[in-house]
Design a protein around this ligand. Sequence first.
Ligand SMILES: [Fe+2]
Length: 385
Amino acid sequence: MRSYRRLGELPRKRHMRIERGGRPVFEELFGREGFTGPSSLLYHLGMPEAAHDVVPGADDRAAMELEQVHTHAHLEAWRMQPEGDIVSGRGWLLVNDDVRVGVAVPERQQETLFVNGSADEVLFFHRGAATLHSQFGRLPIAEGDYLVIPRGTVHRIELAAPQATRVLVLECTGLVDSPERYRSRNGQLLEAAPYSERDIRAPEELEQADGPAEVMLKRGGRITRYCLDHHPFDVIGWDGTVYPCAFSIHDFEPRAGRFHVPPPTHQVFQAPGLVICNFVPRKIDWDPEAVALPYHHSNLDSDEVMYYCGGDYSARRGVREGSLTHHVGGVPHGPQPGALEAALTGARETSELAVMIDTFRPLHRTQAARQVLDTCYPYSWSASS
Ligand SMILES: [Fe+2]
């Protein structure tokens, strides 16, 4: 997904000695898959691992709901109340070994730097704007943006207005990338892909910070507090293909057809164990005999999560902006009663805006999900409901 970028001052060759003010500059490899995967090289004024205090911090574990019933669920996530900051206030709702899905409704700014040591993060800014500050520089974020943060990125997210912010948060165990089928042999996004490299935004300007810094490092649900000798934003230059980036849902070119187009057509990202799709305003199913609705489907090998973030979602009753549905694998789901009749005379276009996550392993609902569970939803297809 990320093409090669460079920012700031770099030596002519890799692993070459450079100095600033008579002092050595420290080169850091920021690499995936050991030394064999995608990577970036960063050049620090201070030694990046120098720390003078390392102590345990709080846990960030997602407590499971004790009695799991295998049924579809509607989570009224719009009822979640402001809590903590954009990191500490994340309410995890659905989890498995590949991904955690939650919603952050912060009540205050993040003050302490944070680094996720074991997951790539995807933050979808449903409401609010922000600026990502990291060792890669500043990256402005607008409403409707996905912010993809690779593990190891030390960062602080400065919100434009904390209490007007609502973010869908995914923590992915594996590498988040563009779908492989969108890429050519040399990694470039294909002409037929629904977005291009021009739509992917990277940090624009380096940060300037020095002195000691406090960083909360999360690894496997445990947080460790590091007091570093040198601020991690002391980078004078970097280059490579691993860096945080942003992509607006509004830059996704919609895909439409004469008859219903299935969800994989709307895929935006991939990660091991899951796919991320988005549904954006578009023309739909314009053949006079087409059913202008999704068909009933059994996802035999996946769980399906849908986060509703705008427009009208005509196939689903009771959901609203900020709702999240969880359709479990092995049980069919589809439009609810009345939707088919309404679609006969409805417009052949939709204003829906939604993010979908399909996981290949079952998701477990958390105790936090229980707090916002619509208990009537599993019966919403029944004539007696
Ligand atoms: Fe579905």
